[in-house]
Design a protein around this ligand. Structure first.
Ligand code: SAH
Length: 402
């Protein structure tokens, strides 16, 4: 069921149709960090570091050296089915599948747009939960947008996933499987333009990555480490996007991986951000920007400030100026701003800013010395990212069940 936000005065008031537990009695969205209790996804090679994989094999009575072989099939050749590994004795196939390589995600639906240069996949997990990922080919890179949770507990009223509530955290391997499948799709030439290589990852699909911290860190390791440990992707080509969980931003900074931090700010003032991003009740704009700045200082990576431009909500020139002032007072050149026109969710009372307002917003930031790039809206005609595919497929299925 989709919860459609309704607006009363300046307040965003979700309707009483929200998933159970997502709202308080007076209809304010509540945040949820603890997923509802569900069974765990089966353990998988991609959950484990190399030594742990060896241990699982030894415990299953299989030779330790198979860890290298299986890991190379998985991370270099992107094969996850032991039956497709010619150098694995047939007698071991079942055992390897059970102990290390159970199937974890199943493709439910694919949508294609941008002349075949964007592919969006909806995946079903072992317990029926669904998540999506989007693969986008650009002239100089191919980027995958992945999900970190099924649903999301952050309850942002303009975001389709925020309306679903949190189903559960994804396991490391469920996150990594999205990457493997995309790498395979690239090699197989599924994207228009022929075979290519997956180069960039953004945690901008469903979920709040920093609310699933352990799995995110493990999955970053699997992405970055060289085979047989991981895929060997460049950390600089990976972005983690967050609503602003300040302690987790600091923990991530301490790890020192040169991944890019993207902060979903959407408003430079607490009055409006309290409404748009419920977690702002916990960590205010000032605290969040301080943490973002610390991230830059520790990692040397310029922070991206994400800003969905919503007509007459957050697109005023004075807000652009306030945003520039807030960034500049913490230093110069440490952050860039990525405005993106709002991709309205079905039934949303909000729309994207006019191009005039958008241009003025961008100009105000640039005049204040802030590097500003409008983020492209790849895939918005196939329901963008942000949980819209999962929602629209669920609705179709509902109506075909009737
Ligand atoms: N939870 C994380 C990552 C997921 S969303 C976060 O909030 O950063 C990825 C980006 O899409 C975020 O910047 C989010 O604010 C933005 N977004 C969500 N819904 C949107 C919409 N309807 N239109 C445009 N951007 C949206």
């Amino acid at each position: 069921m989709v919860n459609r936000p309704r607006r009363t005065g300046r307040q965003v008031m979700p309707t009483d149709q929200a998933p159970e537990g997502a709202l308080t009695k007076d209809a304010k969205p509540i945040l949820s960090f603890a997923p509802r209790r569900r069974g765990k996804p089966p353990a998988h090679l991609a959950d484990l570091d190399f030594e742990q994989r060896q241990k699982v094999l030894v415990d299953a009575g299989l030779p330790k050296f198979r860890a290298d072989q299986l890991s190379r099939h998985y991370f270099q050749r992107h094969i996850a089915d032991p039956a497709q590994m010619p150098d694995l004795p047939k007698s071991m196939v079942d055992q390897v599948q059970q102990s290390l390589m159970p199937p974890l995600i199943k493709k439910v639906h694919t949508l294609e747009t941008d002349d075949g240069k964007t592919l969006k996949h909806l995946w079903e997990l072992f317990d029926g939960a669904r998540v999506e990922s989007v693969l986008m080919r650009y002239p100089s890179r191919t980027t995958l947008c992945i999900s970190s949770q099924a649903g999301c507990g952050m309850a942002c009223p303009f975001c389709a996933t925020g309306q679903m509530g949190l189903t559960r955290n994804l396991s490391t391997a469920e996150i990594i499987e999205q990457v493997r499948m995309a790498a395979l799709a690239c090699e197989n030439g599924d994207l228009a333009g022929g075979p290519t290589r997956l180069s960039n990852i953004v945690f901008m699909g469903m979920g709040e990555p920093l609310a699933n911290y352990r799995a995110i860190i493990n999955s970053l390791q699997r992405m970055i480490e060289e085979p047989p440990h991981g895929f060997g992707l460049s950390a600089r080509n990976i972005s983690v996007s967050t609503v602003g969980l300040v302690p987790a931003i600091d923990k991530l900074a301490d790890l020192g991986y040169p991944v890019t931090l993207a902060v979903s700010l959407h408003a430079p003032d607490d009055e409006l951000r309290d409404e748009l991003i419920p977690i702002n009740s916990r960590w205010k704009v000032g605290e969040l920007l301080d943490a973002a700045r610390r991230y830059f200082v520790k990692t040397g990576r310029r922070v991206s400030i994400e800003y969905a431009l919503i007509k007459d909500m957050n697109d005023h020139p004075w807000r652009a100026q306030l945003l520039a002032d807030e960034l500049n007072k913490r230093g110069h050149g440490w952050a860039h701003v990525n405005p993106i026109p709002l991709n309205p969710t079905p039934g949303s009372i909000w729309t994207a800013s006019t191009s005039r307002a958008q241009n003025e917003f961008v100009e105000t930031l640039r005049n204040a010395g802030i590097v500003t790039t409008i983020r492209d809206t790849r895939g918005s005609d196939i329901d963008g990212a942000c949980g819209q595919l999962a929602t629209s497929v669920a609705k179709e299925e509902e109506s075909s069940d009737e």
